[in-house]
Write a protein that binds this ligand. Structure first.
Ligand code: G3I
Length: 468
């Protein structure tokens, strides 16, 4: 009956010349971020939290088909699940699981072990009791949610921003780095079917912290520790630039034999919003999604809640926000939303904003400077292009792009006393003013990029760079 009515209406509309429009609307109704991600073999999800599950306008969108996955923002953390030693509470986590199951969403468990949101009793434990408490916690929580979560962030945020281990973690303080392997082994024993992840922020692009994570995962794999994936939180900010070489970074982790996932994506800005900031934000969303789609082992993308109404950003970064694809009135932002749709291979009903590649820029950008340019190298040789992507009093971030042969060596001589303090994507030797950079093993085949931080004073001339 319905089908007949529809066919009749379609014929009438076709006669009136509006048939194409009706089909487009019907298509739009079934195209969601999740359906597009699924067509790419991935999931698209949103974090959520218990307080907002009482907001029916909010849950209508959360469970309305846009998202095929959710992560509880707080309700599976230690302070919620075991506020008192050995007294567990799963009510809040269960509520998120129940919502997800009712709306065809799978659940990432977050998180078994984190230095934050710990109840006071954990921090007060004598060192000799930490391992037992940790293993007891992981076992109880992972056992309770077994079969209900497809993945766990087992260890969350083990590193400081410079790539050193976070020594303020009570687990690190008591056990050193051994706590990480022990946590994974305990989680595997409690839930053999869940994918076990390590998860961190500011590891999204190449850099010292990503290198530290890379080396840790490589070591854990070589020791037979049951780690299945690496989560890249991707809490980005347009004023700090897009992470350097995100796709290549995800790929090098995947090449270690682990899955990768974008676990907490949001793109904040200094308020107020304007169309220029929205457009930049859209390029960031687009670039992250494209990076994930380009890496076969990138299994999915989760935004850290879908609406500015419930974003963590404004309460943490004063004067910043507007980080999500839906605004605080639960309205889609066409710029960000359409950029995600397009990056997932979908079509948008109105022209989408032009989305170009955001170039990496430094976290303390002042003004990009010109780079030395060159034409393609002849076969068997290579060319390097040096540029300053940002500078601030006393310091700057440089980047060198290499084309040509595999197994390159780049050299230059600084003219103004610049000194490199940190380099990623390669190994550096600086002797006086002379700099030699050789590629990291995963970065030997061009096009390759490495970046560095260095000091400068007075003048910061672009050196002549050689590649051999
Ligand atoms: O539960 C208390 C409530 O009793 C109290 O009245 C209220 C007053 O401030 O605070 C409530 O706790 C808040 C908690 O969220 C639950 O809503 C905390 O203050 C607040 O700091 C906490 O923020 C969470 C944050 O982690 C804590 O670091 C955010 O919601 C959560 O989205 C955020 O998520 C983290 C990831 O787990 C790890 N990666 C970074 C990400 C963003 O910080």
């Amino acid at each position: 009956m319905r089908r007949t009515l529809f066919a009749g209406a379609a014929a009438l509309l076709a006669a009136a010349g509006t048939f194409t429009f009706v089909l487009t609307r019907a298509e739009a109704a079934t195209q969601t971020l999740q359906s597009l991600a699924a067509a790419n073999g991935r999931y698209f999800g949103s974090a959520t939290d218990n307080p907002e599950l009482t907001d029916t306008a909010y849950t209508a969108i959360l469970g309305g088909g846009e998202f095929g996955q959710t992560t509880p923002g707080n309700s599976m953390k230690w302070d919620t699940t075991e506020p008192t030693r050995n007294a567990f509470s799963f009510t809040k986590g269960d509520a998120v699981v129940t919502f997800a199951q009712a709306h065809n969403m799978k659940v990432r468990g977050h998180t078994l072990l984190w230095h934050n949101q710990l109840p006071g009793w954990v921090s007060q434990l004598p060192a000799t009791e930490v391992q037992a408490a940790m293993e007891n916690h992981i076992t109880a929580v992972a056992t309770h949610f077994r079969g209900k979560v497809f993945a766990w962030d087992v260890v969350n945020e083990p590193f400081n921003d410079d790539g050193t281990f976070r020594s303020t973690s009570p687990f690190y303080a008591a056990m050193g780095t051994d706590y990480i392997a022990a946590a994974f082994r305990t989680a595997r024993a409690a839930d053999p079917d869940a994918k076990l992840y390590i998860n961190d922020y500011n590891t999204d692009g190449l850099g010292a912290k990503a290198d530290a994570m890379y080396n840790l995962v490589k070591t854990l794999k070589s020791q037979g520790v049951p780690i299945d994936g690496v989560g890249f939180q991707a809490h980005l900010a347009i004023q700090y630039g897009f992470p350097s070489q995100m796709q290549q970074n995800l790929q090098r982790f995947a090449d270690l034999g682990v899955d990768v996932a974008i676990t907490e994506l949001d793109v904040r800005m200094v308020l107020p919003r304007d169309s220029t900031k929205d457009a930049t934000q859209a390029t960031y969303y687009s670039n992250v999604v494209k990076a994930c789609v380009a890496v076969t082992r990138c299994v999915g993308i989760t935004i850290w809640d879908y609406t500015d109404k419930y974003s963590w950003v404004p309460s943490t970064f004063s004067g910043q926000g507007a980080a999500l694809p839906w605004d605080e009135n639960l309205q889609q932002k066409p710029t960000a939303y359409n950029a995600i749709v397009t990056a997932l291979g979908g079509t948008v009903s109105s022209p989408s904003p032009s989305v170009s590649s955001a170039s990496p820029s430094p976290s303390r950008s002042v003004s990009p400077s010109p780079s030395a340019s060159s034409s393609p190298p002849p076969a068997g040789s290579c060319t390097a292009t040096y540029k300053i992507v940002g500078s601030w009093p006393g310091g700057f971030q440089g980047e060198v792009n290499v084309t040509g042969k595999t197994g390159w060596t780049v050299t230059w001589t600084f003219a103004n006393g610049q000194t490199i303090s940190q380099l990623w994507g390669g190994t550096v030797t600086q002797s006086g003013a002379s700099v030699t950079v050789k590629p990291a093993s995963w970065n030997a085949t061009p096009p390759a990029t490495f970046g560095f931080l260095a000091s400068w004073n007075g003048t910061n001339a672009i050196p002549a760079v050689s590649c051999s």
